[in-house]
Design a protein around this ligand. Sequence first.
Ligand SMILES: [Zn+2]
Ligand SMILES: [Zn+2]
Ligand SMILES: [Zn+2]
Length: 349
Amino acid sequence: MTDDRHEHEWTRAKGADGIRAWACNDCDETCATCTTCGGPSGTTLLLCRPCERHAARVLDDITHALGYYRTDPRSLISSPGNMRLAPGGTPPGGITRPADVREQLWGWVARWTEHTGPSNASAIDYLKAHHIWAAHNPDDSGWPAYLKDAKRLRTAARRIAGLLPQFHPEPCVHCGGPVVQDWSDPDWKPLPRGLSDTVRCLGCGMTWADRAQWRFSTRQHIVELPGVRPDSLVTLAQARMVWPDVPAGTLRQWAKRARDEWADAVGMVRTWWAARCDFGGPEWVEWARAGWTEDMLDDAPDLPAVLMRQRGTRRGEPTYRVGDVHALVERWADERRAGRAPSVATRRA
Ligand SMILES: [Zn+2]
Ligand SMILES: [Zn+2]
Ligand SMILES: [Zn+2]
């Protein structure tokens, strides 16, 4: 050890390993490699200070989050429109109470005490005190798996404490990233007035003052699509935002009709191709008997321009060309105008 106060500048020492794996450019000091991050550990240990601090921090975060756990969900004073009372969704991994988190931490304690001897400390205190041992004995401790598990338990603790943000179904119109409203501040403390009004994008950091403004700008953005970018793809839910007057059932019907028409057309082309392949062979007899002639094999059947054919998916939802939907909406609106005119006339009479 040295008592000089300069910041060591570590470079990988050629051909050296163990506690001499890294050498300081300015002094004679050497150090080992941190097996967690692969950088210089700064000491003879296999765990660097930042990695050790980080592992301890995850456990502190768990304690911190569980401290906010309430059996009755917090109220939503600042968002009276949102009637859902319990934040968060269905819990994966069966963790619904702080006891579940602690129980899983005890699993690691049990594994480690087999090698380190019994202890009376709390699970979190015990684990924290044995991080260096665990990093040095990954075969016994399962260190990398433990680090992953601790992070998973931290997320679970935040979830059951109602600190995770609430996700919106529609992605950000600017970057496509997930859009959320927060239950907690950046330090994971619950917001005093419940769910934040501010809507923010986790992708590009864009924020909107409240849900209404977010909805407005999202809708505005999508509404402009048919004219400006007819090739943009939208889900049926987004199409509803553009054309709120068209019933959801009608949109679904159009999508289904397009699916059926397209399947028929593709089926016809396949049949035509099979006939063409069989021409001149023994199987052609069957085709000829069914009325096929050689002339019919010259041109492939046209694939019709099926409107509102599915063009892919977004988060599992089928997407459609906005220009296609637009054309069908125009036709639908014309038909309705035509159909409605006489009834208006008779009512006036
Ligand atoms: Zn140095
Ligand atoms: Zn490290
Ligand atoms: Zn964004």
